[in-house]
Structure formats: C-alpha cells, structure tokens
Design a binder for this molecule. Sequence first.
Ligand code: ADP
Ligand code: 5GP
Length: 186
Amino acid sequence: MKGKLVVVSGPSGVGKGTIVKELVRRRADVIESVSCTTRAPREGEVDGREYFFLTKEEFSRRIKEGEFLEYDDHFENYYGTPASFVKKQLESKSVILEIDVKGGLAVKKKMPESVLVMIAPPSLEELRRRLVSRGTETEEQIEKRLSRLEFELKQANEYDFVIVNDELERAIAELSAIVDCEVESK
Ligand code: ADP
Ligand code: 5GP
C-alpha cells in the first residue's frame, strides 16, 4: 500500500466537501473515494462523481455480497464505502473518505493504519448560516442536521486530528499536512 487512507468527518454543512474537493484538485497524489448512496442526486450532482446513486434493492444486494468497507443509514437513506475501489486506489494514491463518525470508527477497526480527521465549525451559528446559504435542504432538514452536531463532535476524542474550518485556506493546508505526516495515528 503506497497511499494513506484518511477519513474526514464532521457535521453536515461544516465544509468537508469544499475542503476535500479543493485538496484533491490541487494534489494529483490524493483522490476522494466515491461512496454509494440511496438518496436522490442534488442539483448538479453526477452519478459516479459525487456518489454512485443506487436503488435500495441494489444497495441491499451489495451489502449481502460484502462489497462495503462500511455502510450506514442517515436521514432515511443508506451510504456505503466500496471496499474494492478504495483498496485499488491505495496502491498508488492517498484516498480520502468523507463519511460520518460511526463509519470512520468502523473503517479504523478494519484498517487501523487509517487516519481519522474531524472537521469542526467555528460556531453553531456559523454552521447554520452555511447550511442555509448552501440552499440544498429544507428548514426541517437543516434542524435535523444541526441536532446531530453535539453527538458528532462528542466523538471527536476518538479521532486523530481536529481541524476547525474557520478560514478555508488554513483548513485545506492542515488537511494537506495530515496526508503527508509520518506520525503514527492512535
Ligand atoms: P459539507 O460537505 O460538510 O456538508 P459543504 O462543503 O457543502 O459542507 O459546505 C457548506 C457551505 O459552507 C457551502 O456553501 C460552502 O461554500 C461553505 N463553506 C465551506 N467552508 C467555508 C469557510 N471556511 N468559510 C465560509 N463558508 C464555507
Ligand atoms: P449528504 O447526503 O449530505 O451527501 O451526506 C449525508 C451524510 O452521509 C454525511 O454525514 C456524510 O458524511 C455521510 N456519508 C457519505 N458517504 C458515506 C459513506 O460511504 N458511509 C457512511 N457511513 N457515511 C457516508
């Protein structure tokens, strides 16, 4: 295995996608894994780029076949990391998984050499502002996502690193440094 497996977690709207996409754009040696999900594509999302969009039946079949490194359900939909895709990519590159805390801890159990990174918001108000300005969820969905914040951040102590996403450039630089660092993770 040549690359490093880096899990990036944090509350919805904290900026995970923004940070990871920019790092992947800048570095040819880092890619983002594409997860499978049963949720509907958002405006502008492309099958095979943001996610592989599957039916519930197809997702269940893949669970039975053991095709996921981990999977979970959020907001009434399934999300899972395809194991073969990740292992193949690690032969030549570092791979970033953008998944929730439960998924991250499951990956760490299966692959202890992985590194877990939590992205935290500067404040609850700022997180709400970002979710509203993204404009992809209803108010009810936003409240649901915000109510998970405390639960998600509490588990940060199980993580190897925490990055506060206040200034975007600094957050990207910190994640880039973590991909490179040689320090053994927990
Ligand atoms: P996530 O992937 O964690 O759900 P996104 O990457 O979609 O979050 O970011 C949510 C919103 O916050 C987006 O509109 C994004 O442009 C904005 N955003 C991300 N990082 C910052 C930052 N450091 N400062 C201000 N706005 C940000
Ligand atoms: P969204 O619908 O906003 O894209 O993602 C909702 C949640 O699903 C986020 O917390 C995201 O991190 C999580 N998620 C995305 N892909 C995966 C995956 O492959 N596995 C798990 N466990 N969670 C995922």
